[in-house]
Structures are given as structure tokens and as C-alpha cells.
Design a binder for this molecule. Structure first.
Ligand code: BTN
Length: 327
């Protein structure tokens, strides 16, 4: 676990013009020695950041990179959340979800990391989390609803994430694969992992974890997920991570508030617009059981509705879905 380091951030800012900078000049700019600069560069290289070093010219960052600016992000929060939430920003963490768990689900915390060494996906999968490129975000919150009433929440969160991506890249090819995989051109661009604490009398504490692929173009990611993309891969442009993180947080708070006031029903029509599985032949895996059928959308609580070949309808509260491909 490593908290964000001011000098490392400043160094990335200096290098983000893509030009060579020598160690002494950068050291003077940051008020540290040449060897301290070298140590930070080494740390970044160990994280997998592509920095070229040349004996005479110095160091060069091969891809532009923006790191989180805590103040910019905090200042962009809605006024009510600014009062009630604490924001922790890390250079490196095992997992932002796990960090909030170690705080025993202490609520009203927002946690961001530049790198996760053990990023987790649903069903114990790995969430590939290289340094600096993407958003790894977790929020802990308490809900005055019974956990059973919260089934639609993860769908609503995915709508908030999709809406954020749309603000930066208005593509018609954004969709959501139930329950909460956000896809661009059928490839995964964001994932959501919600973990809950034992509820006490109709009240529960949740950790909402979101991974959003922003500037990742890394070939290594292919080993970890077969079908993934990022905003940069689609737009060919570098996205300012502070702007998109701020807008993600604003959308999340807005959507969650509405969900708490109205339930999932309000979002049903918005969901339909982006439903990747609607009308398709799908397989749903729930525990050890696999069912095939036609997806008939979601009900007003966010349950997936599947029509089986014998004409009966089954509803699912949770599970993993995939399209059945015919060749
Ligand atoms: C999935 O699609 O399987 C869910 C992926 C969730 C990834 C995020 S990244 C921030 C938070 N911390 C984690 O370890 N996982 C979630």
C-alpha cells in the first residue's frame, strides 16, 4: 500500500510532454537530487510505465499520462458529498475494494488507486489494473434498504458508468450486458463489483467497486481479458483522467440518489436502450446451473427474464450471462 506521492506526480507532469528531460534539471525543478529522480523513475518502470532513459538526453515518457489530482477531484464533487465523503488516493494498492474492507466498511469513503496489484473482478476473476491508465474506484456507503431491495442497484451503477463514457465518447455502440458489464462495440470497457456487509434490520453497508478502462492500450491486457477495450482505443485520444473521474463520481451520486428515491422502475426504459442481450439467445450461469433461453429484458426490479424453449419464463436475481453464438 502506497499513498500518492507528490514528487512522483510532479515528475509525470514534467514528462507528459513526451520530450526528453535530464535528471538534474528535473531534480532542480522538484527540489530533490538527481538520484532521487532516478529512484522515482525506477519505481515507475517497475510499475510497468514505459519510460526511456538515455545517458545524455535523460528520460522520456513514451505515452502521455495524467495521474489523479486529489484536489481537482474533490473540488468537483457535489456540495453535499463534499461535506460527507473522505477521499483517499493511492499510488498503489492491492485492491480498492479490499482497502475499504480493511476499514471495516467505514462508510462515506471514496478510494482511488493508480495501480492495483490484486484487482478483483466478479466470480474471483482478476481485474487487470496497470499503473496510471485507468480508473480503479471504490465507494463505501450505507443504504436504508434491505439488501434484497438492492438488486437493481448494480444495474443502475452500470448506467451511471455508461452515461459517463458517453459524455467523453458519444458512441451508438455502448451497451450493458446484464447485470453490469459495460461494453463498447461488444467489448468490455468497464466492470462493477459490489460487496456487502451483513445487514442489520433493513440497513446495509456496501462497497461499490468500479474499474473503467480509460487510456489503456497495453497489449499485455489481452492475456487477462480476451475481449476488452478502452476509451483511448476507440477515440485514439488521451482522456484527462481527472475530468472523467470527477464526472464519474457526479453521475454515480446522481444515479444512486434517484435509485434510493424511486427504485429500479424509473431506470427500466433507460436500461432497455442499452440492453445488449435483449431478444438474443443467451446462456445464464447461476451457481452450478446453466440455463439457455431468449432474453426478455429485465423486470421493474432489475431481474433478468429468460424465456426457455418450453415457453416458460424464469427470472434471475444474479448470475453470469453470455450470448450463444451460432456458426
Ligand atoms: C467485473 O467486471 O468482474 C468487475 C470488475 C471490478 C473491478 C474494480 S476496479 C476497482 C475495484 N477494486 C477491485 O479489486 N475490483 C473493483
Amino acid at each position: 500500500m502506497k499513498k500518492q506521492n507528490e514528487n512522483l506526480n510532479k515528475l509525470i507532469n514534467l514528462l507528459s510532454d513526451g520530450k526528453f528531460h535530464d535528471g538534474s534539471t528535473m531534480g532542480a525543478a522538484l527540489g530533490i537530487t538527481r538520484s532521487a529522480i532516478w529512484k522515482i523513475v525506477k519505481r515507475l518502470q517497475d510499475y510497468g510505465v514505459n519510460i526511456t532513459s538515455d545517458l545524455t538526453k535523460g528520460y522520456r515518457l513514451e505515452q502521455p499520462m495524467t495521474l489523479y489530482d486529489k484536489h481537482k477531484i474533490y473540488n468537483a464533487l457535489p456540495i453535499s458529498e463534499k461535506k460527507s465523503y473522505e477521499l483517499d488516493v493511492f499510488e498503489s494498492l492491492n485492491s480498492t475494494n479490499d482497502y475499504l474492507k480493511t476499514l471495516r466498511f467505514k462508510t462515506n469513503k471514496i478510494c482511488l488507486a493508480e495501480l492495483q496489484t490484486q484487482g478483483k473482478g466478479r466470480f474471483s476473476r482478476t481485474w487487470y489494473s496497470p499503473f496510471g491508465d485507468n480508473i480503479y474506484l471504490s465507494i463505501s456507503m450505507s443504504f436504508n434498504q434491505d439488501i434484497s431491495e438492492l438488486s437493481g442497484l448494480s444495474l443502475v451503477i452500470s448506467l451511471a458508468v455508461l452515461n459517463t463514457i458517453e459524455q467523453f465518447y458519444a458512441s451508438k455502440n455502448l451497451s450493458i450486458k446484464w447485470p453490469n458489464d459495460v461494453l463498447l462495440n461488444g467489448k468490455k470497457i468497464a466492470g462493477i463489483l459490489i460487496e456487502g456487509d451483513s445487514e442489520v434490520h433493513g440497513c446495509c453497508k456496501l462497497i461499490i467497486g468500479i474499474g473503467l478502462n480509460v487510456n489503456m492500450t497495453d497489449k499485455k491486457a489481452n492475456q487477462h481479458a480476451n475481449h476488452w477495450t478502452s476509451i483511448k482505443l476507440a477515440t485514439k485520444k488521451n482522456i484527462d483522467k481527472n475530468q472523467i473521474t470527477a464526472s464519474l463520481l457526479n453521475n454515480l451520486f446522481k444515479y444512486i440518489k434517484k435509485f434510493q428515491d424511486t427504485g429500479f422502475g424509473y431506470f427500466q426504459s433507460e436500461w432497455k436502450k442499452y440492453d445488449y442481450l435483449y431478444g438474443q439467445e443467451i446462456t445464464i450461469t447461476n451457481g452450478k446451473k446453466r440455463t439457455h433461453g431468449i432474453c426478455r429484458g429485465v423486470n421493474n426490479q432489475g431481474y433478468l427474464q429468460v424465456e426457455k424453449s418450453d415457453g416458460t419464463n424464469v427470472q434471475y436475481l444474479s448470475g453470469d450471462t453470455s450470448l450463444n453464438h451460432h456458426s
